[in-house]
Design a protein around this ligand. Structure first.
Ligand SMILES: *Cc1c(COP(=O)(O)O)cnc(C)c1O
Length: 428
């Protein structure tokens, strides 16, 4: 019999609930703090910024959360995503390891980000919010949010980190097609942006600055809220749809992973694929490893400090207990702009602190070499961010070759690189 390459789940088997790992963590993370009082933040204090249901999810200890019917329907635009056995890559690496990847690049916006953009737009709409604001680095989150807002008839303003705005013009075009307004950040649209520009008119911006601008506009605007594409607990909750599908698909394939690997920016795709599998480790049912692949230019988990820090540069967010390189940290301009965030978020950071997950730092050069090797073997040109996961997989597959161990590796292909070809040609 011929071997199966793609494991497709029928729509009827799609997850009907998201998984909240907080319920199963042996050590709960420390609370978010209100920086004005240093007291634990209350959910209501977040409601001026985020839709109410999202703040409830942010603080929830409930293990399972129902996925609303309308969200399930919209997920069917591209879900379930395929689980693929990377036979050609295995052969190329001459490894006894079995390599599987979950292909999140099949979403219409080309990345996993739509998994949370859809529910975030849905809950805001349900509450009667009319305008949303957000930031975007490489443009993937802004693109996903633009499509979700288009669907629900919401207005969206996107602050795009200026140097990406200039370097990645096509993402801006896509956001425009979906009807969003895009500003290069720092911009003249906010008091904070004007303050930064007064000091440094040439400032290329950062994710931390763009977040500050988007939050300022949300709290000063009428019927306006802010949405964030990573880091926060409710974002990670929505992304568990990746791992929950993968769990069923790995069962179809007849293997359970020994290692789960994903690239790490703010932690949403890593957590999304990992947490449903990690719950079996937390319960003591399975032994497996989780590896977060970070860029050497921004290695928050590998080389950051575990402490309270702000999520943005203007200090408008609560204080978050997390691995951080410091909110003022300005990483060098790497092509994987989606991995240039300074912090690791509350859940992942606590799990790292308690030894349940590990991380590794990958150079830009190694990541692109891995991406090109993967593309030549499997045909898909990965996003520069995803290349970090692939590089980590290749390291593990080579170790398996050396030890002769036929282990099973699962990784998340968080997105494709069709709008990053400029980066590929520069790195060639
Ligand atoms: C945004 C993005 C990332 C990084 O964000 P996480 O929240 O860490 O997942 C990785 N890959 C792609 C394709 C992205 O768009």
């Amino acid at each position: 019999m011929k071997s199966t390459k793609k494991f497709m789940l029928p729509e009827s088997e799609m997850p009907k609930q998201w998984y909240n790992i907080l319920a199963d963590m042996p050590v709960k993370p420390k609370p978010l703090l209100n920086p004005a009082t240093n007291e634990p933040l209350l959910p209501v204090e977040m409601e001026a910024i985020f839709a109410k249901e999202l703040t409830i999810q942010e603080f929830s200890g409930k293990r399972w959360h129902d996925i609303p019917d309308q969200v399930q329907e919209l997920y069917k635009m591209y879900r379930p995503s395929p689980l693929v056995r990377a036979y050609a890559l295995e052969k190329e690496l001459d490894t006894p390891a079995r390599i599987f990847f979950k292909n999140e690049s099949v979403s219409p916006v080309g990345s996993h980000k739509l998994n949370t953009a859809i529910p975030q737009a849905y809950y805001n709409k349900l509450q009667g919010i009319k305008h949303l604001t957000t930031e975007t680095g490489a443009g993937q989150w802004g693109t996903a949010m633009s499509l979700a807002c288009k669907h629900f008839g919401l207005d969206l303003t996107v602050f795009m980190v200026k140097q990406s705005y200039l370097a990645k013009p096509y993402r801006k075009v896509v956001m425009g097609i979906y009807g969003a307004q895009v500003h290069a950040s720092p911009s003249k649209k906010t008091a904070y942006g004007r303050e930064v520009l007064a000091k440094d008119p040439e400032c290329g911006g950062s994710l931390g600055m763009a977040i500050s601008e988007a939050i300022e506009m949300a709290v000063t605007g009428k019927e306006t809220r802010y949405v964030l594409g990573s880091v926060l607990n409710h974002v990670i909750l929505h992304q568990t749809v990746i791992g929950l599908e993968a769990e069923k698909q790995m069962e179809m394939a007849g293997f359970f992973p020994d290692k789960v690997i994903a690239c790490f920016g703010g932690g949403s795709n890593f957590s999304g694929i990992s947490f449903p599998f990690l719950r079996h480790k937390l319960k003591g049912e399975k032994q497996l490893e989780f590896i977060a692949a970070e860029p050497e230019a921004c290695p928050k988990l590998t080389r950051g400090e575990f402490r309270y820090d702000f999520g943005d540069t203007a200090h408008l967010t609560p204080l978050i207990p997390m691995y951080t390189l410091g909110n003022e940290f300005s990483p060098e301009q790497i092509h994987a702009a989606g991995l240039r965030y300074h912090g690791g978020g509350q859940l992942v950071s606590q799990l790292k602190q308690d030894g349940f997950i590990t991380s590794t730092a990958i150079s830009q050069k190694e990541s692109f070499k891995a991406g090109v090797l993967f593309a030549a073997a499997e045909g898909i040109v990965p996003a520069p961010e995803s290349n970090h996961a692939i590089a980590a997989v290749i390291r593990e597959a080579i170790k398996a070759r050396e030890s002769g161990k036929a282990e099973t590796i699962l990784f998340n292909l968080s997105g494709h690189g069709h709008l990053d070809l400029g980066a590929y040609s520069e790195m060639a």
